[in-house]
Design a protein around this ligand. Structure first.
Ligand SMILES: *[C@@H]1O[C@H](CO)[C@@H](O)[C@H](O)[C@H]1NC(C)=O
Ligand SMILES: *[C@@H]1O[C@H](CO)[C@@H](O)[C@H](O)[C@H]1NC(C)=O
Ligand SMILES: *[C@@H]1O[C@H](CO)[C@@H](O)[C@H](O)[C@H]1NC(C)=O
Length: 407
């Protein structure tokens, strides 16, 4: 008996000793002057706590406890001496006026290895004023509008559990990051909010987004040039504009997009489903390959399956010259549900760089609205150009039949 007790006790002590999280030293921002008044800026307190945590030679955590705090803007900079986290249990409020943030990121996190942002708290960008005054679609010199979270050159890191709410611009921008995971993350903003992409990824490798809910006014996840090994799994999207690769081919020196997987996801009432888009008249060649979209449920989704190499919003381009982005090794498999636009599958590739090795299989999409002729019902349709897909399984609608090979 005594022996058994002793073994149990030793195991218990060993358990306690495990895991850096239980050992991490805590730097609580309220010990550095932060007040949960929702009115006095905690930027200084957060920076002081961060400085100590980042300088610690053992794992550490900056804690923002329960309560509501005003935060003007911070740049959280590494490198740090050991793994370091920020735990948000409370609500951080951004100033409603974008000019008061004075930066393109509200929380910018930069050049840190083994960073973790976690907790049950909320980052509230208070974006309504910024959306109401956003004229960036008409005014190319529109002022900088801050994103809730910017991760620049962050490696081997995790975001877990927190909520990004009502960002003034994109909720999250991931630039130059490697091995970065978002899990059990929530993004929330109204359907009508302007330019509030959920997570935008560019020039990054090994980014994973799993078990995440995204409700926003623009793309749920958008993947820009130079993105490699991006994995989106068990993510719900809606409202929003869907999952998007691109737009590509607008600028010189764009890096290739390689290895995108969107799997086991559900989209509800979104403007688009899964799409790859590139601009015509590209200034330089580009490539996008190894992109797989599978096991996806579409609930009343517009343009559920879309390759658009004639992407040209606001007619800002010369449509006479084709896109120079080469799209290859793509699959759309097991995609089911309902489409809110009659055109359910549109695969319009570049006339100078036709799509290659695109597999389309097990598609079942029913059109919920009225046919173009105005009569009730009508079957879902497809449109194809400069592509000869490889088909498998059942296809509803039939894909690339009765559809011109060039649009
Ligand atoms: C990726 O990051 C996680 C979280 O820090 C870490 O546990 C894992 O070892 C990293 N993977 C590689 C291949 O470095
Ligand atoms: C995701 O995978 C789980 C487990 O295989 C399955 O039960 C669920 O229906 C899948 N969801 C979608 C949208 O494919
Ligand atoms: C596409 O897949 C084929 C066959 O697996 C492979 O040989 C080729 O290198 C791939 N192309 C690209 C651009 O990844």
């Amino acid at each position: 008996m005594a022996m058994e007790f002793r073994i149990t006790a030793i195991c218990f002590l060993l358990l306690l000793a495990q895991g850096p999280e239980t050992q991490a030293a805590i730097f609580d921002v309220t010990k550095y002057g932060a007040q949960a008044s929702g009115k006095s800026d905690i930027s200084q307190a957060l920076m002081s706590a961060w400085k100590e945590a980042c300088g610690s030679i053992t794992p550490s955590t900056v804690l923002i406890p329960r309560g509501t705090y005003l935060l003007t803007a911070v740049k959280i900079l590494g490198p740090c001496k050991a793994p370091v986290g920020i735990q948000v249990q409370g609500t951080l409020l951004a100033p409603a006026n974008p000019a008061q943030v004075k930066a393109d990121g509200w929380l910018t996190i930069e050049r840190i290895d083994r960073f973790m942002l976690f907790g049950t708290g909320t980052l509230d960008g208070q974006g309504a004023t910024a959306w109401a005054n956003n004229d960036c679609s008409k005014n190319p010199n529109c002022g900088p509008i801050p994103m809730n979270l910017r991760f620049n050159f962050v490696t081997n890191s995790v975001v877990r559990g927190i909520t990004s709410k009502d960002s003034k611009n994109f909720h999250v921008n991931v630039l130059g990051c490697t091995n970065f995971t978002f899990q059990h993350f929530t993004i929330s903003a109204p359907e009508t909010s302007i330019n509030t992409d959920g997570i935008h990824i560019g020039r990054s490798t090994g980014i994973s987004i799993t078990d995440t809910n995204i409700m926003t006014g623009d793309d749920c996840v958008s993947i820009g040039d130079g993105s490699q090994q991006i994995n989106v799994e068990r993510v719900t999207c809606g409202p929003g504009h869907g999952f998007s690769v691109g737009s590509l081919g607008r600028y010189k020196n764009e890096g290739p997009v390689v290895g995108i997987t969107v799997r086991n996801c559900t989209l509800t009432n979104t403007q688009n489903g899964v799409r790859v888009k590139s601009w015509p008249a590209s200034p330089a060649p580009g490539t996008a390959s190894e992109m797989h979209f599978e096991d996806i449920i579409m609930n009343n989704v517009g343009n559920p399956i879309l390759i658009d190499q004639e992407y040209c919003p606001y007619n800002q381009c010369n449509m006479k010259n084709p896109s120079l982005v080469k799209i290859s090794n793509v699959s759309f498999k097991n995609i089911r549900g309902t489409t809110s636009t009659q055109l359910a599958v549109k695969l319009v590739c570049s006339s100078s760089n036709p799509c290659q090795n695109v597999e389309v299989g097990d598609i079942d999409l029913a059109y919920t609205g009225k046919a173009n002729t105005g009569t009730q019902g009508g079957a879902a349709t497809s449109q194809c150009a400069n592509i000869k897909p490889i088909f498998s399984g059942k296809l509803n609608p039939p894909v690339c039949v009765n559809s011109a090979q060039s649009s």
